[in-house]
Design a protein around this ligand. Structure first.
Ligand code: GLY
Length: 425
């Protein structure tokens, strides 16, 4: 099977490495890729937001399966174009991808499916903003205001703050830019990312993970696309994954079928485990980054066969997924000034090690590896337990040099210390 992977992040690097372990995968291509994926797959520079361009590439390389990593091509309907050409594609249709592309659509689906989620209100008129803010956050007895861009914002459209001025400024800025704003009630409880391979009403969960969205240790500073992750979650009860599947993911998958936009691909449930049980923070229509890098490090089942089964409507027939024992941790090395406008072009030294996945990297004409984006590398460590996986990841990242580069020192620390408090299990 020849697989074409679309995307350029460490998530796609991890997907390619996992696909390469599948004995039925004998060819790999990637577009546009990065300096690390170039060593794993044939690399092509095409416009991945164009359904025509991706389909033409899939035909040119003889792809049996196209796997679309990022949300933007999915929301634009690239998977629809690939399927229309008769090529199997792992990734939802444009209609189903609205579960991530429009938070208003996602809320409507969740309400219809009876799924627990934060109360919310859309504000699209600046004149209504102050009154709406009074109905949320500390003004309404909650810990903080949660202000989101209604559309796609690469994880950076969210502000969670107990400071009304900060919440208001973010909302006002979005409205000024013509973006509707979603105000949400604050969900109190540790967060979980549960990735599910979905084909219509068939749902196959992967290992639960937790990611770290703030840029600084101790969850300080602005939100990012994600600074690290670990899996599995030692503090999560054994039955919680099944409960999330039964109470949340299956009802949403069924509601999408009922609306005639069945989901096929990776449905990512971002959850808070509250005192009342799991509640949805957000849905995404693709693998999460950086959780995927940790989750796939423990996957033993053949990924290509699993994704092909979902893409061709045969997911219900696959064998139960097999996982390695132990833990995996991802730590993201980011460029100077990320999540603001990152400095690029810095030379990276020491990255040629096991467990190093590339994201914002490129080769200069002289062959030097240089930074080319905000999140530059993901370093993955595995071990018998979380403490060992953390030691492995940090030993690797400490050997890498990137001028101005920064990373969090506390990925998985609270869980390894047994310090995650739970109200909801
Ligand atoms: N880990 C956050 C995301 O992928 O959106």
């Amino acid at each position: 099977m020849h697989v074409l992977v679309i995307g350029s992040g460490a998530r796609e690097h991890a997907l390619l490495l996992a696909l390469r372990r599948d004995p039925q995968v004998d060819g790999l291509s990637v577009a546009p890729g990065n300096a690390g994926t170039a060593a794993v797959a044939d690399q092509y520079d095409v416009d991945v937001t164009s359904g025509d361009a991706v389909t033409a590439l899939a035909q040119r390389v003889g792809a049996d399966l196209v796997v679309i990593g990022p949300e933007v091509p999915l929301v634009l309907g690239v998977a629809d174009a690939v399927r229309a050409a008769g090529i199997a594609c792992f990734g939802p249709t444009r209609d189903a991808a609205r579960i991530e592309g429009s938070k208003a659509f996602a809320k409507d689906v969740m309400t219809a499916a009876g799924v627990r989620t934060a109360g919310s209100e859309i504000v699209d008129n600046p004149a209504h903003l102050d009154a709406a803010l009074d109905r949320f956050g500390p003004a309404a007895g909650q810990r903080a205001w949660v202000v989101k861009d209604d559309g796609l914002a690469a994880g950076k459209g969210v502000v969670v703050s107990a400071d009304r001025d900060a919440a208001r400024a973010h909302a006002a800025g979005l409205l000024e830019a013509g973006h509707p704003v979603l105000l949400e009630s604050f969900l109190d409880g540790p967060e979980v990312s549960l990735f599910c391979v979905v084909d219509g009403e068939t749902v196959v969960p992967l290992l639960p993970a937790q990611d770290f969205k703030r840029v600084g240790d101790g969850d300080t500073g602005p939100n990012t696309g994600g600074m690290g992750a670990y899996t599995p979650l030692p503090w999560l009860s054994a039955g919680m994954t099944a409960r999330i599947v039964d109470e949340i993911v299956k009802p949403v998958a069924s509601e999408l079928v009922r609306r005639d936009c069945p989901f096929s691909g990776l449905l990512y449930a971002g959850l808070a485990i509250t005192a009342d049980g799991p509640a949805v923070v957000e849905f995404n229509c693709r693998f999460g980054d950086p959780e995927t890098q940790a989750v796939l490090a423990l996957l033993e089942s053949p990924l290509g066969q699993v994704l092909l089964a979902a893409a061709t409507g045969h997911l219900a027939g696959i064998a139960p997924l097999q996982w390695r024992d132990g833990s995996a941790v991802t730590v993201v090395l980011a460029a100077e000034n990320y999540p603001g406008r990152p400095r690029v072009g810095d030379v990276i030294a020491g990255a040629d090690r096991d467990g190093v996945l590339h994201a914002g990297t490129a080769r200069r004409d002289d062959g030097a590896l240089v930074s080319s984006g905000g999140r530059v590398l993901s370093v993955v460590g595995t071990g018998a337990d979380l403490a060992e996986a953390r030691r492995s990841a940090y030993a690797t990242i400490d050997g890498i040099r990137l001028p101005g580069g920064h990373f969090r020192r506390d990925i998985g620390q609270a869980a390894a210390d047994g310090a995650i408090g739970l109200g909801g299990q």
